[in-house]
Design a protein around this ligand. Structure first.
Ligand SMILES: Nc1ncnc2c1ncn2[C@@H]1O[C@H](COP(=O)(O)OP(=O)(O)OP(=O)(O)O)[C@@H](O)[C@H]1O
Length: 298
């Protein structure tokens, strides 16, 4: 079953689901009817350009902002009125953690840990040392990357069933990024944690995500398995003499100066490419995830 179909059938028992989400700011619409449901145990990478609305979507999914229309649910509860039990199953790391900045990392983690029954203080101690974090310095005085890593430790130590990370690697160096991705993959594989993370870094997504969702111009244009994208989408080039045969409703369409056309096309429900791809002179090229992202977002 593909991911979009799962959105419909699994929305009810999904750890995190939204339906018909609409939101905007100052008269500009950012989300324009987004439907998304995460399958239990999946690792979903949410990609989109700067300002595409990823943080807005994440915040609305978790009930941190009230959308103008649509519903969000966390473990089947309305996101705007989560019970303490459900809050305890979820951990969220914002793009720029700012909370409790007047405490040191050790003080903050000791304090927050008291609210979680499954708090793993051994993991906290070990990871603070392994990630080389100055644990007695005030959080306000840490570098953005150190601050982000402390917040990741906070999120992981609560042993959540659902982990939501808004650009977790934004301030991390490549070594720290690898460590984080390894930890996320481990959690998903061993503990069955469901993970949603937003990123611009396609290689991070390929390394750890089982599914990808692509947010563009207020809508989710693609939501499918990471491995499935290569099978399902391709770039179709048509010379000028075939341009009139171009299929409509493609994911992207670029006109070249010589009259030729480049389109991102998708297999139909029967697994077939559009008819124009079979015409003599047409060319169909495989697309990696990064190329697919660039072709559509450009
Ligand atoms: N509180 C706000 N008031 C006004 N506009 C906002 C507010 N929050 C976000 N926006 C606008 O909404 C759009 C989407 O922002 P959002 O932060 O959700 O995007 P994003 O995909 O997470 O971006 P990035 O990848 O750069 O972090 C942007 O144009 C942003 O300027």
């Amino acid at each position: 079953m593909n991911a979009q179909l799962r959105d419909i059938t699994q929305a009810n028992d999904s750890p995190l689901a939204v339906h018909g989400l609409v939101h905007g700011y100052e008269g500009t619409r950012v989300l324009d009817g987004v439907d998304l449901a995460l399958a239990p145990g999946s690792v979903l990478g949410l990609i989109g350009r700067n300002g595409a609305g990823k943080s807005t979507l994440i915040r609305a999914m978790l009930g941190l902002l009230e959308p103008q229309a649509g519903q969000a649910q966390v473990f089947g509860e309305p996101a705007l009125g989560l019970s303490d039990a459900t809050k305890g199953r979820l951990a969220y790391v914002p793009q720029q953690p700012e909370a409790l900045a007047w405490l040191s990392a050790t003080q903050m983690l000791d304090y927050v840990g008291r609210f979680y029954p499954n708090w793993d203080s051994g993991f906290v101690k070990g990871t603070l040392a392994r990630w080389d974090i100055p644990a007695s310095k005030l959080l306000a005085k840490l570098s953005p990357g150190e601050r982000q890593r402390v917040d990741l430790i906070r999120a992981l130590a609560s042993r959540p069933d659902l982990l939501v990370l808004d650009e977790p690697a934004a301030a991390l160096d490549p070594v720290a990024r690898r460590e984080l991705l390894r930890e996320v993959a481990l959690r998903a594989g061993e503990a069955g944690t469901t993970v949603l993370f937003s990123t611009h870094i396609v290689s991070d997504l390929e390394r750890v995500a089982s599914e990808v969702a692509f947010l563009h111009q207020g809508r989710l244009l693609i939501h499918c398995g990471v491995d499935e994208t290569k099978e399902r989408y391709a770039r179709l080039w048509l010379p000028a003499r075939l341009a009139a045969a171009a299929p409509s409703g493609t994911l992207s369409r670029r006109h070249h100066g010589d009259g030729s056309l480049c389109l991102v096309v998708e297999r139909d429900a029967g697994g077939l490419w559009p008819e124009a791809a079979q015409l003599g002179g047409a060319r169909l090229d495989a697309l990696g995830l990064e190329d697919l992202f660039v072709e559509i977002a450009e």
